[in-house]
Design a protein around this ligand. Structure first.
Ligand SMILES: Cc1cc2nc3c(=O)[nH]c(=O)nc-3n(C[C@H](O)[C@H](O)[C@H](O)COP(=O)(O)O)c2cc1C
Length: 165
């Protein structure tokens, strides 16, 4: 594992914060890590592994994450890939299953990309930053930083076992 890209697709920043924490954990393993908004990624040439995270909105994985997968489908066919989605306001089995299905739908559009690990993390609702009627949603932050860091460590192990000598 040499240089890892951690790309993210966000509207209001909570997914960027998760991506930054994932990047920090991967960096601790000794890998070089670059972090970038998914829409700014032009090439995967210099990466040996990729993490892509995106927020879920209205039942869909963020457009920038979906577009990045499509844009780089050929390169992603042969790169170790791990993906995550952010969204549910409560971490219940039903909410995880629903969000997982939303992520799976996006991944099914790009069969060349086959992540070895996918994760769903709780999301953030900040009604002050939302327009009516969403401004009436209950505030909350369901991100579980321990779960995020555990997943990032698992991803490091997955990358290491898949890296080419
Ligand atoms: C209008 C709106 C629609 C949302 N739709 C979904 C959804 O369909 N599924 C889900 O799991 N989370 C949904 N969420 C929760 C977001 O994914 C969550 O707020 C996330 O933290 C946003 O990430 P961001 O700050 O990176 O944009 C929605 C949030 C808003 C405000």
């Amino acid at each position: 594992m040499n240089t890892v890209l951690v790309a993210y697709a966000t509207k209001r920043g909570s997914t960027r914060e998760v991506a930054a924490d994932v990047a920090r954990v991967i960096r601790q393993s000794g890998a070089e890590v670059e972090i970038s908004p998914a829409r700014n990624v032009k090439t995967l040439d210099r990466y040996q592994a990729v993490v892509l995270g995106g927020a879920l909105y209205m039942g869909r994985w963020h457009k920038d994450a979906r577009k990045m997968l499509k844009r780089h489908r050929a390169e992603l066919a042969s790169l170790p890939l791990a993906v995550f989605a952010l969204g549910p306001k409560e971490i219940t089995p039903e909410a995880i299953e629903k969000a997982g299905a939303e992520l799976a739908r996006a991944l099914a559009e790009v069969p060349e990309a086959h992540p070895f690990s996918t994760a769903i993390f709780g999301g953030v609702i900040d009604p002050k930053r939302l327009h009516f009627p969403f401004s009436r949603m209950q505030a909350g932050d369901a991100r579980d930083w321990n779960a995020i860091q555990d997943w990032a460590s698992e991803v490091v192990r997955g990358f290491s076992s898949r890296s080419t000598p």
